[in-house]
Write a protein that binds this ligand. Structure first.
Ligand SMILES: Cc1cc2nc3c(=O)[nH]c(=O)nc-3n(C[C@H](O)[C@H](O)[C@H](O)COP(=O)(O)OP(=O)(O)OC[C@H]3O[C@@H](n4cnc5c(N)ncnc54)[C@H](O)[C@@H]3O)c2cc1C
Length: 444
């Protein structure tokens, strides 16, 4: 068997893995990033399909968030086009731009049809954010219904709770932490050449700093000796390669980490937590090529119609590069009524197409189905519902860490959470492991 040796080996190049790799090379560790797919970025990347560039997951990315900052610091090119105004609503046929200041109050009053009702909820929110945190045993739904049962306000809360879980599935305490965590991040938009271009550029920056990246290389085993991770076994060009490492960072999800390292390496309480926190959020997205955009607004357009909130992402209004000339990308979606039940993928596709056909005007004249994507199991919206995830990045195996959206820090979610995971892991690693070059220097 071929052999290689590094300070740190990272399994998986999703936001969690690639940010851990960037931080590791920036800290001077000899770093290897291993990815089973032919492309980097996992669920924050893109596929090329019939001359369109379609997201593998996250379409709405931060321009001032932790991943943008890390990518630029590492030397990658992080280009996001942000729409103006940042978000737009259409409430019962009338467009309402969301102002940068006082935006939530404005949208809530319009959706509720009552400023007084919106103010009541805003006051309760202010108290929850600045004075008394609501109980973690209460869902957003329970908390909200103490103050209002206005359907317009419920709709606005559905929009703020954009992770795919429902208001009754997300603990309200985690929801308010999410508000606090996300307050500093203001600029969001789309990547003009797809997230794949951002990830490719970050990968090149990691390599320019001396890190190695192996694509098309699934890890088949995490090696554990005497309770400590000592490396991994990876399949490369049809051969197995044994990679020795002082630390292993897994981005394949806590369940995948346990499978790769073997259940016998973990204690039973940890195994139970992994099982209980594994709550993949399911959804279906259907992409249509269209002769026309739905609306001229170039960003995230929230249409409230017939008692339903529909997000319409106008990516090609802002980034025509994502489609062949003269064509537009429209998307539709289906979310199950409960995230707790098994997902019926074929029903998801059927419902999403049915809904789009009824929602987009002149659908049959203008639109053609391009691609239907089901997100679930090992490619979900998130590996865990917010508030129910594993809270620790360390595992019972020494020098084996998890990063990614199966280990969400409180209040964090999506791509931002994955970078925060890596930051916490690197902070811990810095106390335990000197980069090989620094070690050699101190011994000389
Ligand atoms: C439809 C959808 C919409 C979303 N919208 C947004 C949004 O707008 N904004 C936002 O911030 N977040 C959004 N999210 C959430 C966000 O995409 C995820 O939380 C984030 O990308 C997860 O990254 P990760 O690093 O945890 O995992 P992943 O991206 O899943 O990365 C894991 C990687 O590990 C690799 N891998 C697995 N097994 C192995 C193995 N044995 N060996 C080597 N490699 C392996 C996989 O191929 C993959 O590349 C969305 C997600 C979906 C699905």
């Amino acid at each position: 068997m071929e052999r290689a040796s590094y300070d740190v080996v990272i399994l998986g190049s999703g936001c969690g893995g690639i940010s851990a790799a960037a931080m590791a090379v920036n800290s001077g560790y000899r770093t290897l990033l291993v990815e089973r797919q032919s492309f980097l970025g996992g669920r924050c990347s893109s596929v090329y399909y019939k001359d369109f560039i379609i997201p593998t997951g996250a379409p709405w990315l931060g321009d001032d968030g932790p991943l943008a900052k890390l990518a630029r610091e590492t030397g990658g090119n992080w280009e996001i086009r942000c729409p103006e105004p940042p978000q737009m609503f259409n409430i019962d046929g009338k467009d309402e731009a969301m102002p940068a200041k006082g935006g939530l109050m404005h949208i809530m009053s319009k959706a509720a049809g009552s400023e007084e009702e919106a103010r009541k909820v805003m006051n309760a929110m202010r108290r929850a954010l600045t004075w008394e945190e609501p109980s973690p045993l209460m869902s957003i739904w329970d908390w909200l219904h103490q103050y209002t049962s206005n359907p317009g306000i419920e709709m606005v809360f559905e929009w703020t709770a954009m992770h795919g879980t429902h208001l009754w599935e997300w603990p309200v305490s985690d929801f308010f932490k999410f508000f606090i965590v996300n307050m500093p991040f203001r600029r969001f938009g789309f990547a003009p050449h797809g997230a794949i271009a951002l990830m490719k550029s970050l990968g090149e920056a990691i390599e320019a700093k001396g890190g190695d990246i192996w694509k098309n290389c699934p890890a088949t085993r995490i090696k554990v000796e005497g309770g400590t991770a000592t490396g991994v076994v990876v399949e490369r060009d049809g051969e197995l390669v044994e990679v020795e490492a002082k630390a292993v960072i897994s981005n394949v999800g806590p369940k995948g980490t346990v499978t790769l390292a073997g259940r016998e390496s973990f204690d039973s309480s940890y195994l139970r937590e992994v099982t209980e926190s594994y709550r993949p959020i399911a959804t279906t997205i259907v992409w249509f090529e269209s002769k026309k955009p739905y609306h001229e607004y170039p960003g995230w357009y929230n249409v409230v119609k017939d008692g339903k909130l529909r997000p319409v992402f106008h990516m090609t209004n802002l980034c025509p590069e994502l489609a062949p000339p003269g064509k537009h990308l429209l998307s539709g979606g289906y979310r199950p009524d409960s995230c707790a039940l098994p997902y019926d993928a074929s029903k998801g596709v059927e419902m999403a197409i049915w809904d789009a056909r009824n929602f987009f005007p002149d659908f049959d004249k203008n639109c053609k189905l391009l691609l239907a994507q089901t997100f679930w199991k090992d490619w979900p919206v998130q590996r865990s519902w917010p508030g129910y995830s594993l809270r620790t990045h360390k595992t019972p195996v020494e020098m084996l860490y998890n990063v990614g959206d199966g280990v969400l820090p409180e209040g964090w979610s999506g791509t931002h959470a994955c970078v925060e995971d890596s930051r916490r892991v690197m902070e811990d690693l810095a106390m335990r492991l000197k980069p090989a070059a620094a070690e050699a220097k101190s011994q000389a």
